[in-house]
Design a binder for this molecule. Sequence first.
Ligand code: PGA
Length: 251
Amino acid sequence: MRPLIVANWKCNPSTFAEAKKLFIAIDKGAKGKKAAVVICPPFVFIPGLSALRGSFLKLGAQDAFPEEGAFTGQVSIRMLKQFGCEYAIIGHSEKRALGETNEIINKKIKACLDNAIIPIFCIGESGKERKEGKTGEVLERQLELGLKGISKFRIQNSKLIIVYEPIWAISKGKDWNACDAGKARQADVLIRKIIAKLYGKLAGDNVRIIYGGSVNPDNALEFIEKAKMDGLLSGAASLDAKKFIAILSKF
Ligand code: PGA
C-alpha cells in the first residue's frame, strides 16, 4: 500500500508568502514519489494554496466544525470542502489540551464522515499515563468515545485514518522521549485489537493507522517497515521542505 504522509503545519508559517513557498517546494519535490501526501495548513492559507494545487498534493484542515451558525471562531466542514479539503485532523492532542473532549471529537468525526471528508483521528497517551501503565486503557477510551454511535458498516466502508501519536514523543514537548518502532508496533497491534473488539476483525485488519511524533528522515522508514504503520503524520519536519521531501524519498 502507498504510505500516507500527512503534513501538520500547526500554527505556521507566519505569512502566506512563506506558506506558498513551502507548498510549491513540497509539490515539486513530492512529484513522482510513491507516498500519498496531504498538506494541512492553517485555515487562512487554505483558499490560496487550493488555487495553487496541482493533482498531486491533497489538502486537509487541522480541524473541522460540524455545524454552521452562531459559533464564533469556527470553520465548518462545508466551508472547507469548497476549497478542496478532502481530509481533516480531528482530536489532535494540542486541541485536546485546549479543552476538546472525546464527545466533541465524536461529533466532528461523524460530521466528517457525513460530508465525505476523511477524518485523521488522533489518539495517544501522555508520558504520565504511559509510566502508570495506562496506555491501553487510554487508547481504548479515546477510540470508544471518539467513534461512539458510528456503525460497523460505516467504519468498514470509510477511509477513516487513525493516528497513533504518543504525546510524550511530539517534538518540543516538555517530557519528550523518542518513540521507537517497537513501541509504535505495539500500539498498532493494540489499536487493531480495540477496533476488532468494537467493529469486528475485518475492520481491525483493514483500518488505516499512521504514526505521529517527531517523525524525521532518519526514523521515517522504520515506522513503516518495522512498526508496519500505513503512514506518518509530520509536524516540525513538514515545515522544512528539504526534510519533508527527504521523508517522502524514503519510500
Ligand atoms: P512533530 O509533531 O512531528 O513536530 O512531533 C507531530 C504532531 O504533533 O502532529
